[in-house]
Each structure stands twice: as structure tokens, then as C-alpha cells.
Design a protein around this ligand. Structure first.
Ligand code: URA
Length: 274
């Protein structure tokens, strides 16, 4: 009996069910289906406006239903992100945005964190289980390693800004799909614009390929400087190995130290010893 329960828990964990978010079970797929139905009903069968409504101030546009085609979702993300003048506004818009299916399975939004005036901004892939629980990026084991990497070149977490390409946890920590990434990208780009750092650090392949528009793997991208267009200007951008990868492959830390040294040199800090 106990063995069966242990087996069941193991299976849940393998399927990505690794936290209890509530006392009562949630059928997220049913919630998602209901949200789609509601949104589709709003879009398709809303009654025609009464004549006097034409004169009334127009309500804020609704966020798109998940049933919209990919290019419409991306356009709606671009429109929504472009309208945000501050990080707080961008966060509000993401909270209201219904165009990314990951929102239905994540516990909460994991928006960027740190100094909004930071000169260095780090962007990872997507929140994991700890981040999903706490609502903050890079707070789990990978985040603790990132803190150590920052400390190695005299940086404190609170003095940089940290975000992810996708702000909701993909179930079971799977890699975000190209559509999920594309739909979230306008928000990530706007977040970078609003922080306006001098240096952008892409952590891992998903971040580097998405933000730098590169096709090569992380082993070819890491340790190289790129230009990242930001408004009228360009900033320096570098790709590094993701701390989660370094936890799985500690022998590759030597490459991470090399890249950290490049970053330290760029910002005029003393380098880590090795
Ligand atoms: N990995 C990421 O890419 N981002 C996080 O926030 C945590 C782990």
C-alpha cells in the first residue's frame, strides 16, 4: 500500500507534478477550456453596441482569446507590451494577458526582479518550481548558483536586474515551445527597454537564441559579445551557460568562469581567480 503511494508520488514527480498548490485539486485543463469558451463567446457573440454606446468612451481592448491564430496573439502581445511606460505597467499588462497557454498551468506570473536602474540585466529561460511558488526569478538551486557567480565578480543580486524569456513556468520544466516564446517575447523586449541596461547577459541557449536571434547552440554562442538593439542605440550582450546546466555538468564551470571574466573586464571589476 505504502509502496503504491510512493510509486504514485514518483510518477507525479516525473510528470512534473511536484508541488501541492492548494488543498483541493484543480482541473487546469478544464479551467483553460472554460476560459477559452468565455473568451470566444465574448469575441464572437457579443451583442451589437447600443446607439448611445457609440458616443461613450471606449473600454480598454480585451486581451485575446487563446483561440486566436499565432500571428494575432503575437500582434496583441506587441500592442500590449508597447503601451507599457513603466515596469509596473508592464507587469499589470502581463497579468491581464491571456495569449500564452502557460498562464493556465503556472501558479503565478514570475516577473523580473532586482534594481530597475541596473546596468546589467540577466535573462534566463523560464521559471522553475521554486520560482513558480515564490513568484520571483532565479530563487531555486540555479538561482543560488547564479548568486555565487555574481558574487565571484563582486556583483550583488539586488544591484542587477533578473528576468526570464517566458514569465510562467512550463509544466514539468519543459522547454517553452516556439509559440510560447514568441508570444512572450514582446514583453521581454519591452522589459529590457524599460530597464535599459548597459549590458545584457543571456543565460542559456533559449535566452541567447531568442534575444540574439541566433541559431547556433550555446557552446558556440557563449563567451562572445553581440550588439543588442535598444531603441535608437545598441547595448553589449553576451551569452553564458545557464546555471541549471552547470549544476548538471559541473565540469563546465570552467567555461562559465571564463565568461564571467569577460563580463568582469567589461564592467571593470576584478576577475574570479579561475
Ligand atoms: N531557470 C531559469 O531559466 N529561470 C529561473 O527563473 C529559474 C531557473
Amino acid at each position: 500500500m505504502v509502496e503504491n503511494l510512493v510509486e504514485l508520488l514518483r510518477w507525479y514527480s516525473a510528470m512534473g507534478v511536484d508541488i501541492a498548490v492548494d488543498d483541493a485539486p484543480h482541473d487546469r485543463l478544464a479551467e483553460c477550456r472554460e476560459a477559452r469558451t468565455r473568451a470566444a463567446a465574448d469575441v464572437d457573440v457579443a451583442p451589437p453596441p447600443k446607439p448611445e454606446a457609440a458616443l461613450a468612451p471606449r473600454a480598454a481592448p480585451r486581451e485575446p482569446a487563446l483561440v486566436l491564430p499565432a500571428d494575432a496573439l503575437e500582434q496583441s502581445a506587441r500592442d500590449s507590451a508597447a503601451g507599457a511606460q513603466t515596469l509596473a505597467e508592464l507587469r499589470e499588462r502581463l497579468l491581464r494577458f491571456e495569449g500564452c497557454g502557460l498562464k493556465a498551468t503556472a501558479t503565478q506570473l514570475v516577473f523580473g526582479d532586482g534594481d530597475p536602474n541596473a546596468e546589467i540585466m540577466f535573462v534566463g529561460e523560464a521559471p522553475g518550481a521554486d520560482e513558480d511558488r515564490q513568484g520571483l526569478p532565479f530563487v531555486g538551486r540555479a538561482g543560488q548558483l547564479l548568486d555565487k557567480m555574481l558574487a565571484a565578480i563582486g556583483l550583488e543580486r539586488g544591484k542587477v536586474y533578473i528576468a526570464n524569456v517566458v514569465p510562467w513556468r512550463p509544466p514539468g520544466n519543459r522547454t517553452p515551445t516556439p509559440l510560447e516564446t514568441a508570444v512572450c517575447l514582446p514583453f521581454t523586449r519591452r522589459q529590457i527597454e524599460l530597464v535599459h541596461p548597459k549590458i545584457l547577459v543571456c543565460l542559456g541557449a533559449a535566452s541567447a537564441q531568442t534575444l540574439l536571434g541566433a541559431k547556433e547552440g550555446i557552446m558556440r554562442l557563449r563567451g562572445r559579445w553581440f550588439d543588442y538593439p535598444l531603441g535608437e542605440t545598441k547595448i553589449r550582450a553576451i551569452a553564458m551557460l545557464h546555471p541549471a546546466y552547470l549544476l548538471r555538468q559541473p565540469a563546465q564551470k570552467k567555461l562559465a568562469w571564463r565568461d564571467l571574466r569577460l563580463l568582469a573586464k567589461e564592467i571593470g571589476r576584478s576577475s574570479p581567480a579561475r
